[in-house]
Design a protein around this ligand. Structure first.
Ligand code: GLU
Length: 296
């Protein structure tokens, strides 16, 4: 396989830099990395596969989050989302010969990820999307490409230090997420919102006692408001992020796994992490082993 380097590489403002500069949510979420776009990608795939179709048409639509700094973020005036998930999307698109600027990005929220895939609204969902048996009944999920765990985000002066401390307390999260289900089981009073940015506003205004979701997401918000917010409690779940695809196109699973495995081996995965989540001071982890794809 021969790769060429695209010229369309623009380093944008990094999370740390933008935080120092203004502290607002307008332009943060990470750097973008260099992407190598596969030449003559159409020749690499079998006729009749989804990948061949993407490669020949030069088009792919990817659903990502727009309000989660470090994971998936797009400010109102930004052309492209930034974050670890969009970077994973760029790696996948590049293997199809599609350059970053030719990807169609679409905002997904937690609750519409399965319907977006089922209805063909997007071709891929890369949106802090935990692999679960339940979700795998209705959509494909290849991976994991990253593993995190659920924690709590509270006001800096909060007394909440353990999971026991949130029993009977108001804790917000997002509808359609594993986080909301998990916190119900812990005896908190759950409050579901559409997005995590709405939920974090409730913590900042003191309307709820805590917010809960994956540590990787909470760290991004804490980094935006270092004087007002802190992440507490050891991770109490395992969230294995997968790439969502339609069960109508089962051949996509092996392509996703192979492309991401290659990115893990050649350093592209680590570069993507360092440019995004790594900007909030998290060390680059060893990439997790991926699940086998279901038999065709
Ligand atoms: N990873 C969890 C999930 O997929 C929580 C984060 C999110 O809602 O995006 O449900």
């Amino acid at each position: 396989m021969r790769f060429i380097r695209t010229k369309a590489v623009i380093a944008t403002v990094g999370l740390a830099l933008s935080l120092a500069a203004c502290g607002d949510a307008g332009d943060d979420g990470g750097d973008t990395t260099d992407v190598e776009v596969q030449e003559n990608a159409g020749d690499e795939f079998d006729e009749g596969t989804a990948m061949k179709e993407f490669a020949d048409s030069g088009e792919i639509t990817i659903g990502v989050k727009y309000d989660q700094p470090g994971i998936g973020f797009k400010g109102a005036t930004d052309d492209m989302p930034v974050g670890f998930d969009p970077e994973i999307g760029k790696i996948l698109a590049a293997s199809l010969g599609i350059a970053p600027e030719d990807i169609t990005w679409k905002e997904t929220i937690s609750d519409n990820r399965e319907p977006f895939l089922q209805e063909g609204e997007v071709d891929l969902v890369i949106a802090s999307y935990s692999i679960t048996d339940e979700r795998r009944q209705v959509v494909g999920q290849a991976g994991p490409y990253y593993v995190t765990g659920q924690q709590l985000l509270v006001a800096s002066d909060s007394d909440i230090e353990s999971l026991d401390d949130v029993k009977g307390k108001e804790v917000c999260s997002v509808t359609g997420s594993t986080s909301l289900d998990n916190i119900k089981a812990e005896g908190a009073k759950p409050r579901g919102f559409d997005t995590y940015s709405e939920c974090v506003d409730q913590v900042l205004s003191g309307t709820v006692d805590a917010m809960t979701t994956d540590g990787a997401i909470l760290l991004g918000y804490a980094a935006e408001h270092p004087d007002e917010l802190k992440v507490v409690v050891d991770p109490f779940s395992e969230e294995r992020y997968g790439v969502g695809y339609s069960l109508d196109k089962p051949e996509m699973c092996q392509w996703i796994v192979d492309t991401l495995t290659k990115a893990e081996d050649d350093g592209d995965w680590a570069a993507a992490f360092e440019a995004t989540l790594g900007q909030s001071g998290v060390d680059t982890p060893e990439p997790p082993a991926m699940d086998e794809c279901p038999a065709a």
